[in-house]
Design a protein around this ligand. Structure first.
Ligand code: SAH
Length: 229
């Protein structure tokens, strides 16, 4: 009797399957209705979104809203993007398992975690020191040892680890930072919201082929501003 009770308790607390948590069914529904039904079909992206526990990336008071169809505040005037935008930006990057990615704007670390489920290594830079500390601790606790996070102005990129196959900027800039284009690998892809901070911005994608870059406009988005130190 006691053994049965213990086994039952272990099941309920998720000790038999580390991925299971009380939000799992909500998360799977989020992926179906907000992401798959809106046209994203890349299996790696869908699986990453199914796996990363988004509720652990938002402040406690927003935990039960973590899987809703909108961005949420993460403190210091910053936000974690709407789930669909995270999936969309990850999808257009066409991430592959052997790739090296650079993210500018770590924020909560959620986008970095989604990428880290797919690619080999993620380098991420954040300009708010408190967020660097919080997300570094969070990602470590969740076992993401293929993410390296540092404090700094992402405008300059991370030359020590360049070139990057993928670069994702999650804050809105008025212009594409030149160092990021320089640090993009041959056949690499960069996505960045471009436009005035308080307005709707244009998500742009830069690709590099034979050393030449090409810029394409993707869609309209709204991001917090890209800051400079
Ligand atoms: N990707 C994040 C959301 C980021 S919000 C997530 O998944 O939660 C945008 C972030 O970009 C903010 O945390 C902001 O502080 C940061 N940021 C703005 N300008 C920056 C810069 N120049 N370098 C690095 N980070 C910057």
């Amino acid at each position: 009797m006691r053994t049965i009770l213990i086994i039952l308790l272990m099941h309920m607390t998720g000790l038999f399957s580390p991925q299971a948590d009380k939000y799992e069914s909500i998360r799977l529904r989020m992926v179906k209705t907000q992401i798959q039904d809106r046209g994203i079909s890349n299996i790696a992206v869908l699986n990453a979104m199914r796996k990363v526990p988004r509720h652990l990336f938002v402040p406690g008071e927003y935990e039960d809203e973590a899987y809703n169809d909108y961005p949420l505040p993460i403190g210091y005037g910053q936000t974690i993007s709407q789930p669909y935008i995270v999936a969309y930006m990850t999808d257009v990057l066409k991430p592959g398992s052997k790739m090296k990615a650079l993210e500018i704007g770590t924020g909560s670390g959620y986008q970095a975690a989604v990428l880290a489920e797919i690619v080999d290594k993620v380098y991420t830079i954040e300009i708010v020191p408190e967020l660097v500390k919080e997300s570094t601790e969070r990602l470590k606790k969740l076992g993401y040892n293929n993410i390296i996070c540092k404090y700094g102005d992402g405008y300059r990129g991370w030359p020590e680890y360049a070139p990057f196959d993928l670069i994702i900027v999650t804050a809105a800039a008025v212009k594409i930072p030149e160092p990021l284009i320089d640090q993009l690998a041959e056949n690499g892809r960069l996505v960045i919201p471009i436009g005035a901070p308080s307005a709707v911005q244009e998500l742009q994608m830069v690709t590099k082929k034979k050393g030449k870059t090409e810029t394409k406009r993707l869609t309209y988005v709204r991001f917090v501003p890209f800051k400079r130190l």
